[in-house]
Ligand binder design. Structure first.
Ligand SMILES: CNc1ncnc2c1ncn2[C@@H]1O[C@H](COP(=O)(O)O)[C@@H](O)[C@H]1O
Length: 289
């Protein structure tokens, strides 16, 4: 990737993975290398709790099944967790291109590895593709097994029809990602349910998913809504060149938040992590007030 090129949009972003990144990250050694590299970067950035997400991927050329893929990443996380103050958990993603059998397989993997660091299931992928209603049984099963749910939500106009948004809300998500093109009635429902919001400023600005720049981001609207905790998120550091601490610096600069307000913002998502009560307690103890 050319140095300083951060202008991938929703048309060029997804092929970047399917054409190039997956071809480069295509064996056990490269899976471990990339996972360790991501963990080291977040730790060096001062992160104390991380939820990583990935779509289970079989790599037949290296004899890697989806199960092997998930296990390799979990082993990497486990050994990193053992020697770091940053604790990491994993979320497994269903890609919107998937059929229901593939989605069920993701949920089955999440259930199988629930006690080993998988904390939730996500819906991701090209928002211009797929009929999300087919995934309801998969998310229902995930919930029944105590897994948390987060969904990429209202990323582009095509994926923000009333039908799609209410269908996604019927999956009973715990958190929503992006929440860009959200009509008022849906906003009201999100606020009423006090859903956690994963907002990704650099991604949305660089990929031109919003009109305008950082100061125009819908973070400004949601930050006023008591109840919806905001977890600033990176989507993703490699593609858009912005670490998590830079995302906090951006909101401080563009929304006039002083140190106290930034501490408060960074503490709020403790309540919406998928990592359980004990981890919440640890974080309440170490995050600045
Ligand atoms: C604009 N933001 C986004 N919207 C939707 N899906 C996204 C995304 N950012 C990442 N992904 C999903 O993550 C995959 C790459 O990592 P994994 O193979 O899962 O580890 C992408 O192919 C896409 O499906």
């Amino acid at each position: 990737m050319p140095v300083g090129k951060f202008d991938y949009d929703l048309e060029t972003f997804f092929p970047l993975f399917s054409k190039y990144i997956y071809a480069l990250c295509n064996n056990h050694a490269s899976l471990i290398y990339t996972t360790q590299s991501v963990l080291k970067d977040f730790e060096a950035d001062g992160v104390v709790y991380l939820e990583l997400r990935t779509t289970p991927r079989a790599i037949p050329s290296a004899d890697i099944t989806k199960d092997d893929y998930v296990r390799a990443i979990l082993e990497c996380i486990k050994s990193f967790n053992a020697s770091s103050t940053m604790k990491t958990n994993l979320i497994l993603s269903i890609d919107r291109r998937n059929d229901i059998d593939t989605a069920m397989h993701v949920v089955d993997l999440a259930i199988a590895y629930h006690t080993q660091g998988v904390v939730g299931v996500d819906l991701c992928g090209d928002p211009a593709v797929g009929d999300v209603s087919i995934f309801k049984p998969a998310f229902t099963k995930a919930s029944q097994h105590g897994l948390k749910i987060t969904l990429h939500f209202a990323e582009c106009p095509q994926s923000s029809t009333q039908k799609e948004l209410w269908t996604l809300l019927s999956f009973n998500p715990d958190r929503l990602g992006h929440v860009i093109h959200v009509p008022d009635d849906v906003k009201q429902d999100i606020t009423k349910r006090e859903l956690g919001l994963e907002l990704c400023l650099s991604c949305n600005v660089h990929a031109k998913m919003i009109t305008g720049s950082f100061g125009d981001h819908h973070f400004g609207w949601w930050k006023e809504k008591a109840g919806c905790a905001i977890a600033l998120s990176t989507d993703d550091v490699g593609v858009f060149g912005s670490s998590l601490s830079n995302e906090y610096a951006l909101v401080a600069e563009h929304f006039g938040l002083d140190r106290k307000k930034i501490y408060k913002l960074a503490r709020a998502p403790i309540e919406i992590i998928f990592g359980g009560e004990e981890e919440k307690q640890r974080l309440r103890g170490i995050m600045w007030e």
